[in-house]
Write a protein that binds this ligand. Structure first.
Ligand SMILES: [Zn+2]
Length: 186
């Protein structure tokens, strides 16, 4: 969520961008675009969050759909290409032996799948996902919603768990890049 967010300041966004982090749009009001059929609201959510970032000197070509929803909405699909080259769509939890989130298989630029890590994700699940990816030579996008010292919702990962997960990622030797780097290399 960009506008009016209490989690991050404009200054922090600019600093993160300067340090090679990939900052992308996540709409203005964080509404589920799957259930939004008013073209003016859809345009506002897409165009104005992009513009907000442009005003900070940040160019965003990817829309990260709130709750992963919107790609099934025909009006959304008609309008999104005017503002973005890609959107992160469908969200999955870690489920073993599923391939739906494998980017090697099929690619829809406006419904890019990703795995949502929350406080429901155990370290064992995380490690088995990484091992499975490595074995199958998969490309997977991992999404974190919030990271706080103490988890206050199912979407918030505690700092301790986040560090544990990042340590495993490093240990496993998996190559990590930003979504923008991946898409630009396509
Ligand atoms: Zn969100």
């Amino acid at each position: 969520m960009i506008t009016g967010s209490s989690h991050i300041t404009d200054k922090q966004l600019i600093l993160m961008e300067k340090n090679s982090m990939d900052i992308e749009s996540h709409t203005v009001d964080h509404i589920n675009l799957a259930q939004q059929f008013n073209p003016y609201i859809l345009i506002h959510e897409m165009r104005d969050s992009k513009q907000y970032l442009i005003n900070l000197g940040i160019k965003s070509n990817i829309l990260i759909l709130p709750n992963g929803g919107g790609s099934g909405n025909i009006l959304y699909r008609l309008l999104v290409g005017k503002y973005y080259d890609y959107s992160r769509g469908q969200l999955y939890n870690i489920i073993n032996n599923r391939n739906d989130y494998n980017l090697n298989l099929g690619f829809n630029r406006y419904n890019i799948p990703s795995i949502a890590i929350g406080n429901y994700t155990t370290q064992t699940e995380f490690e088995s996902l990484i091992n499975q990816m490595t074995l199958r030579n998969q490309i997977v996008i991992i999404t974190y919603h919030r990271i706080e010292n103490i988890s206050d919702s199912y979407l918030t990962v505690s700092t301790a768990h986040f560090i544990q997960q990042m340590n495993y990622l490093k240990l496993s030797g998996v190559k990590t890049i930003t979504l923008k780097q991946y898409l630009e290399g396509k």
